[in-house]
Ligand binder design. Structure first.
Ligand code: MLT
Length: 406
């Protein structure tokens, strides 16, 4: 008789943002007049930049003519996009990454959940705590995480690296040696960053112990400080220990358009197995490439006009981040993040749990955020607000939160 993959049955609850969405929908149905402001999921609100819209229109027209129509995309991505990425995201930053080390996809969420497939189930993963839930859940689905302890909300075979106020929300090297290390900087959810020297320590450590770092740099466009690395390949030795995951969602507003990429240097190995070849094999078998139209839009991100327009878009969101940070700090909240990242991480007042504060804000001031405990046990008593709302909603949300009397 057919059996389901029982690893899925081990997953506690539903995906964090689905749970939040359900709660908000229920509240909204019961309170149809409530003007709810959503600063929960990190979803963008500004329209696509004009240079991107022009590229989309142009590509649609190409699809309408026999001479320029495109069928299947090359499974690793069109050369024009891979070259633009290599030149702008890597060569321009002094990183030794070539176009044929870039694998274009329909987004970093899929890549960061799929990448574990090319590693043995025996590998032990290390994650920050709190962490973007996709890294852990995708390993649960694969059967790599052991058993779940509902009391501690941890998996027996996962190494957790607490990121707390005490360590400035930056993980310390783990005591137990991992095989795969997930790092995300600027960080989701805490909005923290590490310096290039700190990241170099991780690269040196990974090379020493033979681990691989899965580096999620989805938020690099939000970096405002000079000493914060935009790519792990800025560090010496990263080519032999790191895979980088990138997204067009946050730097260019592609959450609804879908485009991302993964970088695997040619010399990266697990034992004596070449990982670039393995991921190419996986991509070729399971994926038919991001659509031509979308890859043309991605190319426009790197045009002079696109770069200038997106700089403004990022500045718009970072202005929201500053408004949230300054507003809540002046109201007496303990806040961090928001300087190199579009997320503000705040302590729930009066020792409330993260979910208690979520419910309080939803029902009392109709503001939605993300409970920190949803990202892991060390996120308990914390709360995340995103800067991706409109400026008007951001201002109103902060003003409403400032008025609460707790
Ligand atoms: C988040 O809110 O953490 C992100 O938007 C989720 C994602 O990028 O998939």
């Amino acid at each position: 008789m057919v059996k389901a993959n029982d690893n899925y049955l081990k997953l506690p609850g539903s995906y964090l943002f689905s749970t939040i969405g359900k709660k908000v929908r229920e509240y909204s149905a019961a309170n149809p007049d409530a003007k709810i402001i959503r600063l929960g999921i990190g979803d963008v609100t500004q329209p696509l930049a004009p240079a991107i819209i022009d590229a989309l229109h142009g590509a649609v027209d190409e699809m309408a003519a026999r001479e320029t129509f495109k069928g299947y995309a090359p499974d690793l991505g069109y050369e024009f996009l891979r070259n633009a990425i290599a030149d702008n995201d890597y060569k321009a930053r002094g990183c030794d990454i070539t176009a044929d080390e870039i694998f274009v996809s329909d987004g970093a969420k899929c890549d960061c959940s799929n990448i574990q497939e090319i590693f043995s189930l025996d590998n032990k993963i290390a994650v920050c705590d709190p962490v973007y839930p996709v890294y852990v859940d995708s390993n649960v689905m694969a059967g790599r995480t052991g058993t779940y302890d509902a009391k501690t909300e941890t998996w027996s075979d996962v190494i957790y690296m607490p990121c707390t106020a005490e360590n400035n929300f930056a993980p310390e090297l783990p005591k137990e040696t991992p095989d795969l290390i997930y790092l995300c900087f600027p960080n989701n959810p805490t909005g923290s960053t590490i310096t290039k020297a700190q990241l170099q320590e991780w690269v040196d450590y990974a090379n020493k112990v033979g681990a691989i770092i899965l580096y999620d740099a989805a938020y690099e466009a939000y970096i405002s400080e000079a000493d914060v690395p935009h790519s792990i390949y800025e560090c010496e030795g990263a080519r032999t220990c790191a895979i980088e995951l990138r997204s067009f969602s946050k730097n260019a507003g592609f959450t609804g358009v879908r485009l991302g990429f993964t970088v695997i240097p040619k010399e990266l190995k697990a034992g004596d197995v070449n990982l670039h070849a393995l991921w190419a094999r996986r991509h070729g078998t399971k994926y038919n490439g991001a659509p031509y139209i979308i890859q043309k839009a991605g190319e426009a991100v790197y045009s002079e006009a696109g770069k200038a327009q997106l700089k403004q878009q990022v500045a718009y969101y970072m202005n929201n981040a500053k408004y949230i940070y300054d507003g809540l700090k002046s109201a007496g909240f303990t806040v961090s993040g928001g300087v190199n990242a579009p997320y503000i991480w705040l302590k729930a007042p009066n020792n409330m749990t993260s979910w208690e504060f979520f419910d309080y804000l939803l029902t009392n001031v109709n503001v939605v955020g993300t409970p920190g405990s949803g990202f892991g046990p060390s996120g308990e008593h914390y709360f995340r607000l995103t800067a991706f709302g409109t400026y008007e909603n951001t201002v109103e949300a902060v003003d409403r939160i400032k008025k609460i009397n707790l």
